[in-house]
Design a protein around this ligand. Structure first.
Ligand SMILES: [Zn+2]
Length: 501
């Protein structure tokens, strides 16, 4: 197949309250032929199965409703996930039958929702190899990935480089759609190897271009890499991406290849309605960003699966002493747990956690914890906070320990915490501040004295020597003495939020 893609026009840009519609067309000749329609429902970066914001938005049962509506409109509808859903998720940290759920709840609900196609995100490889292989095995949807291989460079079982789906019009006209997938190699696990995500996509496109009518690139890349694909592989008709957590629509390259990403956690989904002219090879698409709000009903079948997995996870949390549904407090302010915030500065949320650590024992001078332990990557809106919300904030928990530390060591740790700005090793504190003029540390209202010993509350992970730049902060360090353990940081946070009531 040799294909000209010439831009004739880019039609309508219609903005409604909750809808952005874009359409365009490509064409090279006008031959009388049939127009065949198909649709793609796109989601990406989903970590929660249940609705968010107190039930007001998102939720895979809402995606399922949209999917069913689209199928009623046109049976040639594909639901596609552009990666990142095995992890990180709070429910996935629940221990059930001796192992963490680790994305089992996501696969279970996506199966119930009858997802069609998925490619890998970087976070799929947060799992251990047995967990990862189990999730692949459990998936009833079709995986595909051009560039992710096992440690030996072999393909994963049932994960081809690309898939081709053929649809047929009522009069028997066939249209072949090629789906190619690629993933950013940013969370390398020892059991995974990567081919170059951009070069390999070029190879995959070349391999199928003569056998298909439409090429859909499903990607999990940084936006500049998606732009590169759009600019350098003109055979790609549309890029459906993930990885960024905010919705994106852009056009790149000389034939204005569109790039679409939906919002994380299915706060939105993209609906793409294609019309392919079998005679002219003209492709048109109208893309609509659908906000999954209360206006969309929860699909009962998928909702049942959501309840099943949520209760399974909650039972696991209950075994560990939590009451996930218990309301702790009601906040009047938003609590910012976005990674881009907490890894660079302190927020109301980091203050309350640092205070919780400080108050977990008596006579503590300073508390310190690593911002990387906050995983919610979301702003919690004002409203009720349940114990499950606390688990969402600190899904991996961790034991609080109180230690005695020399002032000299404390200063070294605090300075390294600042040097770690931008990473999970950026340290959050309570009881200590930095004088903005002199840059000197103040413990309470007195200058930090290197020759004094301080009582510091922190988390066990931080005194393991495994935090960035803090290898010297370990229990073999003679300037550090462990005094006692104070329990899981999540229970301390629950107490702190309760006390603030
Ligand atoms: Zn990602």
């Amino acid at each position: 197949m040799f294909r000209w893609k010439v831009w004739l026009n880019r039609i309508a840009l219609v903005c409604l309250i909750s809808v952005v519609m874009i359409s365009w067309s490509v064409s090279h000749s006008s031959v009388l032929a049939e127009k065949v329609q198909f649709q793609i429902l796109q989601i990406n970066d989903v970590y929660e199965i249940a609705p968010l914001a107190g039930g007001a938005e998102a939720g895979l049962a809402r995606v399922a409703t949209v999917r069913k509506d689209l199928l009623a409109e046109n049976e040639n509808t594909f639901t596609v996930m552009a990666g990142d859903f095995f992890s990180p998720s709070a429910l996935g940290t629940a221990t059930v039958d001796g192992d963490r759920l680790a994305g089992q709840q996501m696969v279970g609900v996506l199966n119930a929702m009858e997802l069609d196609l998925a490619t890998f995100g970087n976070h799929e490889f947060d799992l251990t190899e047995p967990q990862f292989r189990d999730r692949l095995e459990e998936s009833k949807f079709q995986w595909f990935s051009g560039n992710v291989r096992d440690a030996e460079g072999e393909q994963w079982k049932n994960v081809p480089d690309y898939v081709i789906r053929t649809i047929e019009s009522e009069s028997g006209e066939k249209v072949r759609i090629g789906f190619v997938g690629t993933t950013i190699p940013s969370n390398p696990a020892p059991y995974v190897s990567y081919l170059d995500p951009l070069d390999k996509m070029k190879e995959d496109v070349e391999a199928i271009v003569d056998d298909v009518d439409v090429i859909v690139a499903v990607t999990h890349l940084n936006l500049p890499d998606d732009q590169y694909l759009a600019e350098n592989i003109p055979e790609i008709d549309i890029v459906l991406g993930g990885h960024e957590h905010d919705n994106i629509q852009q056009w790149r390259g000389k034939d204005f290849t569109p790039i679409f990403k939906a919002d994380a956690n299915a706060r939105t989904a993209y609906i793409h309605r294609f019309t392919y002219d079998t005679g002219s090879d003209e492709l048109e698409v109208e893309s609509e960003l659908e906000f999954l709000t209360e206006a969309i009903a929860l699909d009962p079948d998928t909702e049942k699966a959501v309840d099943y997995w949520e209760q399974k996870a909650f039972d696991g949390f209950r075994e560990n002493g939590f009451e996930p549904e218990a309301v702790i407090t009601e906040t009047e302010i938003p609590l910012d747990g976005l990674e881009s915030s907490v890894r660079n500065e302190s927020t109301e949320l980091t203050h309350v956690i640092a205070d919780a650590v400080l108050n977990s024992a008596t006579d503590v001078d300073v508390s310190i914890f690593n911002s990387g332990s906050i995983r919610i990557d979301d702003v919690m809106p004002p409203g009720i906070i349940t114990q499950y919300d606390v688990i969402r904030v600190l899904p991996f928990g961790g034991e609080i320990v109180t230690v005695e530390m020399s002032g000299e060591l404390l200063e070294q740790v605090l300075n390294q915490g600042l040097a770690n700005r931008g990473s999970g090793g950026f340290l959050q504190t309570s009881g200590v501040t930095q004088d903005s003029d002199t840059q000197n540390w103040l413990v309470g209202d007195r200058p930090l004295d290197p020759t004094t010993t301080y009582k510091v509350a922190t988390v066990e992970f931080l005194i393991s020597g495994n935090e960035i730049g803090l290898d010297f902060l370990n229990t073999d360090n003679p300037d550090l003495k462990v005094l006692s353990k104070e329990g899981d940081i999540r229970f301390a946070l629950i107490d702190q939020l309760q006390a603030a009531n």
